[in-house]
Structure formats: structure tokens, C-alpha cells
Design a binder for this molecule. Structure first.
Ligand SMILES: C[S@@+](CC[C@H](N)C(=O)[O-])C[C@H]1O[C@@H](n2cnc3c(N)ncnc32)[C@H](O)[C@@H]1O
Length: 236
């Protein structure tokens, strides 16, 4: 069995998540607004697609998707009970969203989904099988030709240090130098940011076509790819 690593968000980390994430990544809201439109383009021929939001956290991307198109069915999974509790408060009015406690490998093993998102999860997993296992778990649940969108912290250590220095100009004024220094160590040394080129390798190993980058802002980048159809290869 492949190794599995889970970074459970709980306590203060869960409570503060929505505020913290917009302060840490000022471009994240703008990026997320683009996601429903990009998926609409990908899903053009399917009017009632099923979309998997892997590692949904407090439910922000699931809410954006379901508000954008009332015919989209969303399964949103996350292993953190506390993050899911926040998601529930946002998503209860939307009957087409199903919140599931657990990791992707715990979902039914069936090619059920036309699309999946994996935002801000991959850099928590070590690159000794866990990243690949999660991408493969998603591939096994996507239909051939299905779309995968990813957003994660990317770059080697030197690049991350340089871009973090630039990004720190955008942090809120109440963040102390000590907070910023700790955050820098966490991002550049403790998390498992993905070096350039490595995610494309993992995606191809898991059965996806060559990915295209569609967003980059300082330390984060976003990618789009599709699950390879039998006997054919889709390239962007
Ligand atoms: C930084 S949050 C991202 C939440 C949301 N996707 C967003 O962009 O706001 C990371 C989430 O990934 C979840 N997580 C951690 N390891 C995971 C795994 N192996 N599979 C699925 N989710 C995982 C955590 O519980 C946490 O809620």
C-alpha cells in the first residue's frame, strides 16, 4: 500500500483559516474566481457534471462552483472534521453539494467525476509516494478525459526565498517580523513545495496529459490537465 500523509487542520488553524489564507496569498481570491469559468469551458458538453473538490477545507471552492452553476453536482471531501464544520455552515443551503469526511482514497473507487480540484493540499504531502498516491487516487475517480485543476506552492528553495521576500510586501501590517520569519521557514523548509517540473512528472505518471500552467503569483502556481483517454493523448 502507498504511504499516506495527512496534515489535519484543527483548532486555531481551522478557525482562522479563511482570514489567514487571504492574507498569506493575496491573489488566491482572484485565482478562485477564474475556476468556475475555466471548468465551464472544459465541461461544455456536459450539463450536469459531477465535480470532486479534494481537500475542500472550509468549503470556499465548493461554494463558488455551486453558486456559479446550479446544475453541477459537487462532492467535497476533507479529513478534518473542524474544517468540514465550517464548510457545512456555508454549504447547507446548496443541495447539490455533498460533504464527505475523509481522504480521496476513501471515496468509492469508480470513474465518477468529470472534473476535480486539488487546491493547497499537495505541498503538505511528502514526495516519497504520498503526492503521487493522492494524484493517482484522483485519477482513479475521474472519467477518461476528465479535468484536474491544481493550485499549490511551487519552486525550489532559492526561488521560494526570493519570491517570499517579494510577497512579504503584501502581508498585513499587523503581522510581526517574528510571524513573517516563522512563516518563511515553514514555507521554504518545512512544507513540501513542488519544484518546477516535478508536478508534471507526477501527473504523467498518474495517467494525466501534459499540464498547462494557467496562473502564477509569487510562490503559488495553478495547473490544468486531463486524464488520458484510452488510446489517445490530450496535450495542452
Ligand atoms: C490549506 S487547506 C486547503 C483548503 C481548500 N482546498 C482551499 O483551497 O481553501 C488544506 C486542506 O487539505 C486537507 N488535507 C490534508 N491532507 C489531505 C489529504 N491527504 N487528502 C485530502 N485532503 C487533505 C486538510 O484537512 C485541509 O483542510
Amino acid at each position: 500500500m502507498e504511504p499516506k500523509h495527512i496534515e489535519i487542520f484543527k483548532g486555531q488553524k481551522a478557525t482562522d483559516y479563511d482570514r489567514f489564507i487571504t492574507e498569506l496569498f493575496p491573489s488566491y481570491s482572484l485565482f478562485k474566481q477564474s475556476v468556475p469559468k475555466i471548468l465551464k469551458q472544459q465541461l461544455a458538453t456536459n450539463i450536469k457534471p459531477k465535480i470532486l473538490v479534494a481537500g475542500c477545507g472550509t468549503g470556499n471552492e465548493a461554494k463558488l462552483l455551486v453558486q456559479y452553476n446550479q446544475y453541477w453536482y459537487i462532492d467535497a471531501c476533507d479529513p478534518s472534521e473542524e474544517m468540514l464544520a465550517f464548510a457545512k455552515t456555508k454549504l447547507t443551503p446548496y443541495k447539490k453539494v455533498r460533504l464527505i469526511k475523509g481522504t480521496v482514497d476513501e471515496l468509492e473507487l469508480k470513474e465518477s467525476y468529470e472534473a476535480a480540484t486539488l487546491f493547497l493540499v499537495l505541498h503538505f504531502l511528502i514526495d516519497e509516494g504520498s503526492k503521487l498516491a493522492l494524484i493517482k487516487d484522483i485519477a482513479q475517480r475521474l472519467k477518461p478525459g476528465g479535468t484536474l485543476l491544481l493550485f499549490y506552492i511551487s519552486g525550489g528553495e532559492k526561488e521560494l526565498l526570493d519570491t517570499f521576500a517579494i510577497q512579504s510586501a503584501l502581508f498585513p501590517e499587523y503581522w510581526s517580523p517574528k510571524d513573517i520569519a516563522e512563516r518563511k521557514i515553514r514555507i521554504t523548509k518545512r512544507l513540501h513545495a513542488i519544484p518546477n517540473g516535478r508536478c508534471e512528472e507526477l501527473l504523467q505518471e498518474a495517467g494525466f496529459a501534459k499540464a498547462a500552467k494557467f496562473h502564477q503569483f509569487t510562490i503559488c502556481s495553478a495547473w490544468i490537465t486531463t486524464k488520458i483517454q484510452n488510446n489517445s493523448c490530450l496535450h495542452y
